[in-house]
Structures are given as C-alpha cells and as structure tokens.
Design a protein around this ligand. Structure first.
Ligand code: AFP
Length: 335
C-alpha cells in the first residue's frame, strides 16, 4: 500500500536536502499540525458537539468570540506549549502574548496564529481556516516579551494555513517554495498532494468586499471600476468576482488559479490602517504568496517589509497575481 509523503517526512527531507540540522522546526510544525488535525475534527462536528454559536465575550479586536474561536485557541496552545520549541506564542484571540509556562522547557521560536480565521462563517458551514507564522526568538532572549515579536515578515522562518473545507488542507512554506498537503483521515496524516504551487501572474478575478466601496481610496476605486467596466472599459477584458469572507479560502483559490485579494485601507474607520492583522494574517499569507511568485502590498509598500509596532496592528492587504497587484500599486503611486 502506497502512503504519501507526510508533512513531517517532507520537512525532514527538506532539511536533509538543504543541509539543515535544525530538527526543532519540523517538530514544532508537527505540533501545529496536530492542533490542525484536532481542529478539523472539532469543526466537522459543528452543531453535533455544541460547537457553534457565540461564546458571549469579546476579543481584543472588539469582536464577539465564537465558541470555536476559544476552543481553537485552546487547542493550539495545548498542542504547542509543551514541546520545548517555543519561547512564547501570540494569538488573535489573546490580548497579551502567552509565555511558555515554567513547568515546560522553552525553545528558540515564537509562534503567532489566528486559530480560526473566517469564524463569522462557521455557523453557516462555510470554509474557515487556521493561519500561523513562526519567528525566531532574538538571540539571547530566554523570556520573550511582546517587543521580541516585533519583527518584519521577512524574518519568518515558516508560515502556513489549514483550510477546513470539503477536504482539510495544510499549505506550508519554510522559504523554499509552497506545498499543499491533504488530510488523509484513514491514516490521520496530512500527505503531500500539490508540490511547488505557483500563483499565475495574470488574472481576471478579483476579491473585495464591495459593500465598502463608498469608503475606498481613489486608486482602489479606479482599479475596481475598470474591472467592472469589462470589455468596453480600459481593461478591454471581462472580470469575475469572488468574496468568501474567509481569507484562507481566498488565498487558497488564488494560489491555485490566480486572482487578486484586496482588503484595502478605507475611510470607514480612519483610525484603522485596514481590517486584517499584520502579524498573524497578512505576514504569513504574504510569505506564502511571495514564495509562490505572487506579490503582497499595502498599496504603498511591501507588507513583509513593514516594521511592526504593536502585536495586533492592522494593515491594508492587496495580494495575489503579480501583474494585477503591480497595477494597483502603480495606481497608488499615481495618486
Ligand atoms: P472573521 O474571522 O471575524 O470572520 O474575519 C475574517 C477576516 O479576517 C478575513 O478572513 C476575511 O477576508 C475578512 O475578515 C472578511 O471581512 P468582512 O466580514 O468585512 O467581509
């Protein structure tokens, strides 16, 4: 019987191929993978296990937490806090960083995650995901604080997401390309199903929440209006639109067939630089998209080049097929 390449085998073989000797990173990713397998089961139970609905409390973002937001956060912590690979972790669902408890060994990595992205979809059975990013603890730091997490996206050593859809997928990069694994429930392992994913440089499909159009800045409005004008407009092409309201699902679609995803800065709340969070949404997704040949920008600068100042800071996100993102950036430059 042929068993595919598991995530752990893939990472160990990648280390061997690259001459790496760090077995902690594959082991840490394996702990994250265990959390994603557990989450996949919990999410698939839905109402049967009383998993749906609101938890009746708000998170640091001021958003009402779903029961599964809290459960998924707890699962990720429980799966990763004991391994000895982390100095601390940070989550969309926790105000402050989570230092590794004294009873467990500490390690050289920092883990950041959005444990349940797209959770507003969970009660209506639409795909959701988990996004994670791994940074190194700064040299000599044994008790990391929030300031040790303030590293630009270019410092990530690994990023990935799990997509809980018709099948459960894990997409991963360690800086050497992007690979996709599918959960084979008959053996309880994610096995390699797509190697070296590449984002097509061109697309005729955009993803944006158009209900915000009255708040958009001029360059974004110009780009979308041109797409909507179709063959009779300046683009001389018809465009399609998608909006799932789960970033993980949008990014996965773009990885597979191209596209441009936009959650730009807008005037809806001038105090916010955007809706999405830099550290555990924009940066890991940017690492993945860039590793697959795509482009990720705020419209004015490369997302992974942004120096973070706060753990939960928000940022504008325009990512996907190179030629379309470049066009939107050019429109921002033109003003
Ligand atoms: P939730 O996790 O609160 O559902 O937000 C999902 C998300 O962060 C991202 O995954 C979506 O692309 C985006 O927000 C959807 O935002 P809108 O609800 O404004 O469309």
């Amino acid at each position: 019987m042929q068993i595919g390449t598991t995530v752990n085998q893939f990472l160990i073989e990648e280390q061997r191929r690259l001459g790496g000797t760090d077995n902690d990173l594959p082991a840490l990713v394996n702990d994250v993978v265990v959390a994603c397998k557990s989450l996949s089961h919990a999410i698939s139970q839905g109402a049967l296990a009383g998993m749906l609905g609101s938890a009746g409390v708000e998170n640091v973002q001021g958003e009402t937490q779903k029961k599964l937001d809290i459960i998924s956060n707890d699962i990720m912590i429980a799966a990763t806090e004991r391994g000895g690979y982390l100095g601390a972790m940070a989550s969309e669902e926790m105000d402050e960083i989570y230092p590794i408890p004294a009873q467990y060994p500490k390690g050289k990595y920092l883990l950041l995650f959005d444990p349940l992205d797209g959770s507003s979809n969970i009660d209506v059975n639409i795909s959701v995901g988990t996004i994670f990013s791994i940074l190194r603890c700064p040299a000599g730091v044994t008790n990391p604080t929030a300031k040790d997490f303030m590293q630009p996206g270019t410092q990530q050593v690994c990023a990935g997401y799990a997509l809980y859809g018709p099948s459960t997928l894990l997409v991963l990069t360690t800086g050497h390309g992007v690979n996709c694994f599918t959960l084979d429930k008959s053996i309880g392992e994610f096995v390699l199903t797509q190697a070296n994913l590449r984002v097509p440089v061109d697309t005729r499909e955009f993803a944006i929440n158009s209900s915000n159009s009255r708040f958009w800045e001029k360059p974004v409005k110009r780009y979308i209006d041109e797409c909507l004008a179709g063959k009779d407009g300046p683009r001389k092409e018809n465009f399609n639109m998608r909006w799932v309201a789960s970033m993980v699902a949008e990014v996965h679609r773009i990885l597979n067939r191209g596209g441009i995803f936009m959650y730009p800065r807008d005037t809806k709340d001038p105090t916010k630089a955007g809706r999405l969070r830099l550290m555990y949404e924009a940066n890991p997704m940017s690492f993945i998209i860039e590793q697959a040949g795509g482009v990720c920008s705020t419209g004015r600068e490369r997302i992974m080049g942004v120096q973070p100042t706060e753990l939960h800071q928000r940022i504008a996100v325009i990512l996907g097929s190179k030629n379309e993102v470049d066009r939107v950036v050019a429109y921002h430059t033109e003003g």
